[in-house]
Design a protein around this ligand. Sequence first.
Ligand code: ADP
Ligand code: MG
Length: 409
Amino acid sequence: MYVSDLALNDFRSYREVVLALEPGVTAFVGQNGQGKTNLVESVAYLSTFSSHRVAADAALVRQGTGGAVVRAKIVHGDRPTLVELEIVAGKANRARLNRAPARTRDVLGVVRTVVFAPEDLELVKGDPGHRRRFLDELTVLITPRLSGVRSEYDKVLRQRGALLKSAGAARRRGGRVDLSTLDVWDGQLARAGAQLVTARAQLVRKLRPHVAAAYDQVSAGQGAARIDYRASIDVVDETPDLDAAELADDSAAGDAARGAVEAREEALLDTGAVTQRLLDAMGRLREREIERGVCLVGPHRDDLVLSLGTLPAKGYASHGESWSYALALRLASYEVLREDEASPWGRDGEPVLILDDVFAELDSRRRERLAGMVAHAQQVLITAAVPEDVPAALDGARFDVHGGEVTRA
Ligand SMILES: Nc1ncnc2c1ncn2[C@@H]1O[C@H](COP(=O)(O)OP(=O)(O)O)[C@@H](O)[C@H]1O
Ligand SMILES: [Mg+2]
């Protein structure tokens, strides 16, 4: 697929901009702060309803205005689809598909993007939250229905957390705690949580060979990358003495034998069994959860463990290795989306690649290898401060971005 037309109104720094784009490589070139990222961010936002830069939508709306509109024509094979999204700060987005009002979730997946950005280094070096978000956003692109499950889970998590806190406070005052409401939340958390866990574990299986292959290519054979899903439910189940258990978010790479790791992963693919295990774990952890006022088990405490050879990448990988790993995760996402046969777009579901200011971050060898690997994608949108940052293999159309004006060079 590719984006053939893009129009923004009051999105970020743009009052109005209209662009005609082509398949192949397009570079947006300009000094910092001129609005390059804002352009590609709008395309990425259409695909996931989230930005790689901010958590809240308010920042996407041009300062001093009430709402932003992003309009794009997406071409799948030879079928064009017109997507329109109105972003109103603090309210639900309004969507239109081919000019007819549509549910926002019907727009999810129409545009598929894979974004490479300097922030990706956090996938390797940062908190597990970055890696969970990476898995969840990709999951939703493949299975838009899970977007609802994801919001449901977040809602239940907040409400159950609030209940645990007030139960803890009541207990400390010596009052009685009504635990029947908690049982209801446990059930909801387990059902929504298990669907997320299973979807993520399935995704990790699909990504794994691609991550290994992409890492091998980006690093020119400098290491064996392997990704594993680390579920908090496994930590709880494998720790008989819960008081000694380390339920910290930051679980280290499992050193268990490969066979055990594989069996654990296999077990996560059974949603019914995971639901039951989550319920059992919440039962065992109840006292601790009330005491601490937080939900201690579930997909919000899971992690994606990135290993290089026998070491975890986090805390061990060099800066260059971390970059190779981050690129490998994005390249693997691209491959998984490309081979997703269940996509409503079939073979035309190949995502648009967005490379936001990444070449300046990479050494020349990684730059050239990455360029070679993405050069043949159907559409690649690149931002760079100077034309020299764009590798020769990615020669294509160019727009200059300056002071809010975008002009074809
Ligand atoms: N909601 C907004 N309203 C007005 N201006 C904004 C908004 N969000 C970002 N900007 C402006 O956009 C500019 C940054 O644009 P960006 O695309 O990140 O630049 P770059 O070309 O470096 O990628 C900054 O000057 C910032 O102040
Ligand atoms: Mg930028």
